[in-house]
Design a protein around this ligand. Structure first.
Ligand code: FE2
Length: 357
């Protein structure tokens, strides 16, 4: 169970008597995002080791480089302040410190085999991954994606303080919103979903749509942040599906931001899943989006993306016709493709990719 707080002012109290390790976004970005300097003050006051990271994908070598700077005896608690990647680093380093692992690579042989014993406080600064609510973290090694997972990796505390989102550039915020929205939608139809995950996912979609329509910054950011957290709670149970599986080569090969990469194929995946007859799941989705047909649902998804100024055409993101076969071949990943209700083959993915060129 994640304990939630909504005001970062609680941080000094949570860190009382602790020797924290801080993992954050880079200094200047942190300074802009940090309301009242509460994070910077806590780092200074506790004399904590402070690591920062700027990347979005996460090569294992980068985590190893950060891990080398950690002194396990000065790490009674980890505070992560940043987006999904920073939070994932905190989770992975937490496991490595707990088990006094010599190297992060040790985790890759047995990604589900290590218990985390270091408490973690997450302060998300985007409204995307919901990583503050999940028990897994993603890392890349040798071009392969590893999901490191253990129930003990779910952070104990999340501080959802909307003021951390104010300085986030609109384009980045929107891309992260698409990630959270896609996660929640995919969670509703995922094979791995259950009543609890669907409840979280429905609440997540509702909160995100409210956020997109909100008229004040505070209302918008609070709703988007809550929606992101709830989408994390949903996929913590259900996992994601084919739209996420196809997104990985799009991001790895062409640098398409994760949320956009996911959303590009979401309308097509929705249609495939609708065809296998998940009436109850699509009834939930249609009600949430106030539509009454799959084509109207797809149009709503495309409108949301277009309203943010993002192209829904792969060719606008640097993808050429000759790239499609390789993307399709890399799109079938265990845990996501087979969590998709409609069977997804490379041929089907290729057809879908061609339709959005
Ligand atoms: Fe995602």
């Amino acid at each position: 169970m994640v304990r939630l707080f909504h005001d970062a002012g609680v941080l000094p109290q949570l860190l009382d008597g602790e020797t924290p390790l801080f993992i954050t976004m880079p200094g200047e970005t942190l300074r802009l995002a940090d309301p009242g300097g509460v994070v910077s003050d806590s780092i200074r006051r506790t004399g904590a080791i402070h690591l920062s990271y700027a990347g979005t994908a996460l090569p294992v070598q980068d985590v190893q480089r950060l891990y080398r700077q950690v002194i396990p005896e000065r790490c009674s608690i980890i505070v992560a302040v940043g987006g999904g990647t920073v939070i994932d680093i905190a989770k992975i380093i937490g496991v490595a410190v707990s088990n006094r692992l010599p190297a992060i690579e040790n985790l890759l042989d047995n990604p589900a085999g290590f218990v985390n014993t270091v408490p973690t406080i997450c302060v998300p600064t985007t409204c995307g991954t919901g990583s503050e609510a999940t028990h897994f973290a993603v890392v890349y090694s040798g071009g392969r994606k590893y999901s490191i997972a253990h129930q003990s990796m779910r952070p104990g505390i999340a501080i959802l303080d909307w003021r951390f989102l104010v300085a986030l550039p609109e384009r980045i915020r929107n891309a992260t919103v698409l990630d959270a929205l896609s996660q929640a939608i995919e969670s509703i139809w995922a094979k791995g979903s259950n009543d609890d995950s669907r409840q979280y996912a429905v609440e997540a979609v509702g909160s995100i749509l409210r956020g997109l329509d909100a008229t004040t910054d505070a209302d918008r950011l609070k709703s988007l942040q809550d929606g992101s957290y709830l989408s994390g709670k949903a996929i913590d149970i259900s996992k994601t599906t084919a739209a996420h599986a196809i997104s990985y080569p799009l991001t790895a090969r062409f640098g398409i931001p994760h949320g956009i990469a996911v959303f590009l194929t979401l309308p097509g995946i929705a249609e495939l899943n609708y065809q296998v007859g998940l009436c109850d799941r699509f009834k939930l989705l249609f009600d949430l989006f106030h539509v009454d047909s799959i084509s109207a649902f797809q149009a709503r998804l495309r409108d949301i993306m277009a309203g943010m100024g993002f192209s829904a055409r792969l060719s606008d993101w640097g993808v050429a016709d000759g790239d499609l076969s390789a993307i399709a071949a890399e799109s079938i990943t265990p845990g996501r493709s087979d969590n998709n209700p409609a069977v997804v083959s490379p041929e089907l993915v290729l057809k879908l990719l061609r339709s959005i060129m």
